[in-house]
Ligand binder design. Structure first.
Ligand code: PEP
Length: 243
């Protein structure tokens, strides 16, 4: 295990989920995101608005704030009603995307294979992908956390050789939107397992350089103790990113 300040640039992503208005997209960009004080060499800041609010955010945020889609299509352009293709995403100048958020998996039936395919399509299109993984409460309680994370990671590994555009967001489902954050020790233990998996299954380079974000009820009150952990390289934030 190494210090996360040595090799890996930290990342903090805000996921608005299905929230916001045109007015919010504009005012949050100018009054909140553009006023964040950080060194872009040390921290990559990303915001994932709804598809409808992407252009407004793109038009209003400073260059140091990157914009992400929350999802992308499994297919290209064509007769795919309701979808957003990687071509459209990159054409719009968007540089980042989420894949595999637990809400996509549990509410919209995305399989490990779907998430892997989306991750591959996005990375191949040059997008930086925040690929979300994580276990359900009953899986943690029955000791299956490592197996579940590795199953989700293996699906991505089957399709992706190049992990230079992939960021892993470890988001235990029981911690998302519940106010129950993983303790720094629990999060670190799982992050270290994921990093070990990268070394065994991808490469020594991936083990050293792939960023592993933590997500699940992160707020200003718990971020400092979590980021002090050596294998936590930043956060994906839902609720608190709207404030
Ligand atoms: C998320 O949506 O990725 C998330 C972690 O949500 P919250 O911070 O609200 O738990």
């Amino acid at each position: 295990t190494q210090s996360n300040t040595m090799a890996r640039r930290l990342m903090v992503g805000g996921n608005w989920k299905c929230n916001g208005t045109m007015g919010f997209a504009k005012s949050h960009s100018t009054d909140v995101l553009n006023k964040l004080k950080f060194d872009p060499k040390k921290v990559e800041v990303v915001v994932a608005p709804t598809a409808l609010h992407l252009s407004t955010v793109m038009a209003n945020v400073s260059n140091n704030v990157h914009v992400a889609t929350q999802n992308l299509s499994l297919t290209g352009n064509g007769a795919f009603t309701g979808e957003l293709s990687t071509d459209m995403i990159t054409d719009a100048g968007i540089t980042h995307t989420l894949t595999g958020h637990s809400e996509r998996r549990t509410l919209y039936g995305e399989s490990d294979a779907d998430v892997a395919k989306k991750t591959k399509l996005a990375a191949d299109a040059g997008l930086t992908v925040l690929a979300c993984i994580g276990e359900l409460l009953e899986e943690r309680e029955s000791g299956k956390t490592k197996d579940v994370n590795e199953r989700q990671l293996n699906a991505i590994r089957e399709l992706c050789d190049d992990w230079s555009k992939i960021v892993i967001a470890y988001e235990p489902v029981w911690a998302i939107g519940t106010g129950k954050t993983a303790t720094p020790e629990i999060a670190q233990e799982t992050h270290a397992e994921i990093r070990e998996w990268l070394g065994k299954n991808v490469s020594a380079d991936a083990q050293k350089n792939v960023r592993i974000l933590y997500g699940g009820s992160v707020t200003d009150a718990n971020a400092a103790e979590l980021i002090a952990m050596p294998d936590i390289d930043g956060f994906l934030v839902g609720g608190a990113s709207l404030k």
